[in-house]
Every structure is written in structure tokens, then in C-alpha cells.
Design a protein around this ligand. Structure first.
Ligand SMILES: [Mg+2]
Length: 178
């Protein structure tokens, strides 16, 4: 398989999973099941097929993510997971990104190869920009404001549908090869 340079860090809620579809037994408790947003599962599997390393970098409870992805038979889709309940901090904390890097055996010099995709400007985009990795805002969900107010809230790339991530990654692969 072709060697891949880019490494993908992804958020879960409203980036892969449709938060509107989440089923909980109590408010703010564990999510028992949830559906993918249109195109997200296909994109995730396509990236996996192409040989990309993918880490989940998500705020929430470990049991929620275990249940959601096992419910789609995708418990092994991520090469590493940084989950806020386990890390003890939430995005934009660098601890979340550092955890994913450590679990993938990455070093400081690998940061330029990492791309964070998420739907939350204040958590995903600020977190990635401050940490010094590439950032992609997926603006599919209307849940949060998608208009950056500061330079560090400004994503390097913005996409409206998950499938568009493939084009961003191809662009980054191209510039890495130069
Ligand atoms: Mg999210």
C-alpha cells in the first residue's frame, strides 16, 4: 500500500456522529447508540482503506464512544483514542492532542503531518491551531457558530460535508511530497 504521510485526528460528535441521533438513558449520561452523519462512515472507511492512521480525539465518556462505534461494528476503526474522561481534560487542552500523538508513537517533528477535523471552533479548531497541527472545520452541523472571531479560531480549511475531507487530505499529501 502507498505510504501515507498525513495522520488524521478526528472529533466525534457532529463530525462523525449526528448528535441529534444520540440515545441516552438519562440526560448527560452515557450515549447508548447514535447514527453517523451523511457521508461520514463512508469517508472514515475510505481513509482506513487508503491506509491512513486515524485517531479519535473527543470529549465525552469512554463508554459512550465504546458503545457508539461498536454499534456500527467499528470498534477497531481508530488506531488510537484520546477521550477526555480518560485524559482528564477537554479540548482545546493540548493534553488531548498529546495523548493521541503519544499513543501513535509520534514526535514533535510529526506535527506538520497531523490534521485535526472537527465541528467546534472553540474546542477543535482553537485546540489544533494552538497545538500547531493542521485544522479543518466541518460546518455540517448548525449547533455551534461557524464564524471565527479571532485568528486562532480560524480553520486552515473549511468543508461542508465529510466527503470533502478526502480532497483536503489529497492537497496536504501533495504539499508534503514537495
Ligand atoms: Mg463535535
Amino acid at each position: 500500500m502507498e505510504k501515507r504521510n498525513i495522520i488524521i485526528f478526528t472529533d466525534s460528535g457532529d463530525t462523525l456522529i449526528d448528535e441529534k441521533s444520540e440515545i441516552r438513558k438519562e440526560d448527560y449520561g452515557v450515549v447508548y447508540e447514535a447514527e453517523f452523519i451523511p457521508g461520514a462512515k463512508e469517508t472514515l472507511l475510505e481513509l482506513k482503506n487508503r491506509g491512513y492512521q486515524i485517531a479519535l480525539v473527543a470529549d465525552g465518556l469512554k463508554e459512550s464512544f465504546d458503545r457508539i462505534y461498536a454499534g456500527h461494528h467499528l470498534e477497531d476503526v481508530f488506531d488510537a483514542r484520546a477521550i477526555s474522561e480518560i485524559v482528564g481534560e477537554e479540548k482545546p487542552s493540548p493534553a488531548m492532542f498529546e495523548t493521541a500523538m503519544r499513543k501513535l508513537g509520534l514526535e514533535e517533528s510529526d506535527k506538520k503531518r497531523i490534521l485535526m477535523v472537527g465541528n467546534n471552533i472553540k474546542r477543535d479548531i482553537v485546540g489544533a491551531n494552538r497545538f500547531g497541527i493542521h485544522s479543518v472545520l466541518l460546518s455540517w452541523s448548525p449547533r455551534y457558530c461557524m464564524i471565527p472571531e479571532t485568528a486562532e479560531e480560524t480553520p486552515e480549511y473549511q468543508i461542508s460535508r465529510p466527503e470533502k475531507l478526502l480532497e483536503v487530505i489529497e492537497k496536504l499529501e501533495e504539499s508534503e511530497r514537495k
